[in-house]
Design a binder for this molecule. Structure first.
Ligand SMILES: NC(=O)C1=CN([C@@H]2O[C@H](COP(=O)(O)OP(=O)(O)OC[C@H]3O[C@@H](n4cnc5c(N)ncnc54)[C@H](O)[C@@H]3O)[C@@H](O)[C@H]2O)C=CC1
Ligand SMILES: O=C(CO)COP(=O)(O)O
Length: 333
């Protein structure tokens, strides 16, 4: 039986802990708020993030990272991307020398432009054979209701990917393995930016043709960036690529899409931040993703437009025109 530490008691960390427990793993969670840990450990619920959900009674939780990480073979990281480096540096002394890491996070670090698995490798000084990423069409609220879905466990080492896939194979949760860490991870981060754009389109009252155009050209952007960074094109047609893009851009449950809807309806970024109590990673990662694209000479007009709107440099009323007035080109150039 795997002994798993889940670091983060937000909506995905908690739901993934349930998946692991339903798969037979022994799970201890860490959360920064003692009262949330107590609710999980003693009342088997986390009402702020997942109202109505009854968690498996086997899940424990503790606000002390040393306790949560003690003896863990698998360490799952589920905090907001921009906080990972600081948190992980503090947790490093308590992480076992042979533990496998799992990143659930879908962001890119501001400043360094690093993917989350790169931050993990750097901070913990571990090789790629112990460093995995789980990403796919995984809206936490649906999975918390034990609705069926699939996902991707990515690692350059097949045995490690298999180990993590076995630990999170529940009756309603089917993991596939993939060795393309870059492609899987970038897909998850960039789709959040595309979902922001789709939300803006929705909020402005535009229809499905506009949304489908953004989703499809968004996938073209994600693929272009990924391939230029060494990812495999096939990954972007898979669950972590198209699968997650479709789920996130279509679903009112998506925090990124919802954030975009509010902007499209005329709210400012600050007003939208004030009413958003969960993590919309695309808002903070958009600029870093654009930075990555620029550093590699990759054209990403949708990411550029979203970054412009979020930073206040592009008026929302000019979003559509900024994309439609570009020079005509071949679809697959
Ligand atoms: N919720 C979802 O449906 C999915 C989320 N993800 C990704 O999982 C990651 C975590 O997201 P969620 O759990 O959904 O977020 P959330 O907003 O539901 O929860 C975030 C958690 O991190 C904690 N937190 C906030 N700031 C912190 C800090 N400075 N240090 C330590 N902890 C802090 C919060 O208290 C909360 O427990 C994100 O990268 C997200 O993109 C991936 C797939 C699905
Ligand atoms: O990553 C997700 C679904 O796979 C969740 O998307 P949001 O963070 O936009 O809610």
């Amino acid at each position: 039986m795997s002994r798993v530490a889940v670091m983060g008691t937000g909506s995905w960390g908690t739901t993934f802990a349930m998946v692991l427990a339903d798969s037979g793993a022994k799970v201890t969670m860490w959360g920064r708020r003692a009262e949330v840990c107590a609710e999980i450990a003693e009342e088997h619920r986390n009402p702020q993030y997942l109202p109505g959900l009854e968690l498996p009674a086997t899940i424990t939780a503790n606000p002390d990272p040393a306790v949560a990480l003690e003896g863990a073979d698998i360490v799952v990281l589920a905090v907001p991307s921009q906080t990972l480096r600081t948190n992980l540096s503090a947790w490093k002394p308590f992480i076992g020398s042979s533990a496998v890491t799992v990143s659930l996070m879908k962001g890119v670090e501001k400043g360094t432009l690093r993917r989350m698995s790169e931050v993990i490798g750097e901070v913990l000084e571990i090789g790629p054979e112990r460093n995995t990423v789980v990403s796919g069409p995984n809206l936490a609220t649906e999975i918390a209701a034990r609705q069926p879905t699939a996902t991707v466990v990515a690692c350059t080492d097949h045995n490690t990917a298999e180990l993590v896939a076995a630990a999170c194979s529940a009756p309603y949760f089917r993991p596939y393995t993939n060795h393309d860490v870059i492609g899987v991870e970038l897909s998850g981060a960039v789709k959040n930016v595309i979902a922001l754009a789709v939300g803006m389109v929705e909020g402005m009252g535009l229809g499905d043709n506009s949304k489908a155009s953004i989703i499809t050209r968004g996938l073209a952007e994600i693929t272009r960036l990924g391939v230029s960074l060494g990812a495999e094109p096939a990954t972007f047609a898979g669950l972590a690529g198209m699968g997650d893009l479709v789920a996130t851009c279509a679903s009112p449950l998506s925090r990124n899409r919802t954030f975009g809807v509010h902007l499209g309806q005329g709210m400012s970024v600050d007003e939208t931040v004030a009413i958003t109590n969960q993590t919309a990673e695309g808002v903070k990662s958009a600029g870093a993703i654009l930075g990555l694209a620029k550093a590699h000479g990759v054209d990403m007009p949708i990411a550029e437009a979203v970054t412009g709107v979020v930073s206040g440099e592009l008026p929302l009323s000019e979003l559509a025109q900024s994309l439609l007035s570009r020079r005509r080109k071949s679809e697959f150039a």
